[in-house]
Ligand binder design. Structure first.
Ligand SMILES: [Ca+2]
Ligand SMILES: [Ca+2]
Length: 290
């Protein structure tokens, strides 16, 4: 009985010594060389800059989590074509072939694909944010969206049943500078229109674009021959018993060189030139940063 117990004790003791020896060997090698994966990131829109914070690595493998791309760079920069929560993984390998792995979740901005067609259907505007809104409920136009992501400046207007667009003076600040062009008293805190469109808001109407000509910001305009055909409009569409809508586009080529933003304001009139309303009510043009 005693002998068995002694044997057992010796067996346990030698196993313990072996374990301790192995373990201290491992510790010596681990503490010197074992890689530890880590990274941080910053982003500017969909472009992410990854900073490698790993230790003891000599090779890196990034999986950007979008099924398209991996990289072996140390500190890669990557632009996503998808949005949402994405799992980014970094595997770090040292010279001995030991690996470490870390995954982090990034939040890439939603990618908006907008393709506006002037067809009297407005689902193509769903992802475009509202540029400006009428808060009083007075007037005719209540809401404007402007989209200038392609070759045209596209505009969506939503209003009440008074919004018919039989005739408009539409002022457009194209250079981003509210001090250049026509300074309109209705919008004293930001106008500066380089262009005017005057006419009915319909395709191939009698309307025309005009260049502003008065260097002192007064009412001076020069008609641009044949320019009315540049306006493409859907015509007024009734969305409900209380709401009308319209979309139209103007080729950017009609508007010269665009600056940092585009500003629009509209005076709506009846076909008999009687005032209907001004939009926006705010003291400056509805402005989209480009
Ligand atoms: Ca449309
Ligand atoms: Ca201007």
């Amino acid at each position: 009985m005693k002998k068995i117990q002694l044997t057992k004790f010796l067996a346990i003791l030698s196993a313990f010594l072996l374990l301790t020896a192995c373990s201290s060997d491992n510790n010596a090698s681990d503490s010197a060389n074992k890689p530890v994966a880590d990274f941080s990131f910053t982003n500017d829109g969909s472009t992410f800059t990854f900073t490698n914070l790993s230790t003891n690595g000599t090779k890196y493998r990034w999986d950007f989590g979008d099924l398209y791309y991996v990289s072996n760079e140390k500190d890669p920069v990557y632009t996503y074509k998808i949005g949402g929560e994405i799992r980014v993984s970094l595997t770090v390998t040292n010279d001995a072939g030991e690996e470490s792995f870390v995954t982090k979740v990034i939040n890439a901005p939603k990618i908006i694909i907008v393709d506006i067609k002037i067809d009297g259907k407005f689902a193509d505007w769903n992802d475009v944010p509202v540029t400006d809104e009428n808060t009083s409920g007075n007037g005719s136009i209540q809401k404007i969206k402007i989209w200038a992501g392609g070759p045209n400046v596209n505009v969506y207007l939503e209003g009440n049943k008074k919004m018919l667009m039989e005739l408009v003076d539409m002022y457009i600040n194209t250079d981003g500078n509210t001090q250049t062009g026509f300074l309109h008293g209705n919008w004293p805190q930001g106008s500066g229109a380089e262009f005017l469109f005057e006419g009915p808001l319909v395709t191939n109407g009698w309307g025309s674009f005009y260049n502003h000509t008065d260097p002192n910001g007064g009412w001076g305009w020069s008609a641009i021959a044949g320019s009315g055909s540049s306006l493409t409009a859907s015509g007024i569409v009734s969305l409900s018993a209380t709401t009308n809508a319209i979309e139209f586009s103007i080729p950017k080529s009609q508007l010269g060189t665009l600056g940092s933003s585009i500003g629009i304001a509209i005076t709506e009139m009846t076909s008999g030139w009687a005032a209907v309303a001004n939009f926006p009510e705010a003291p400056k043009f509805s402005t989209l940063e480009l």
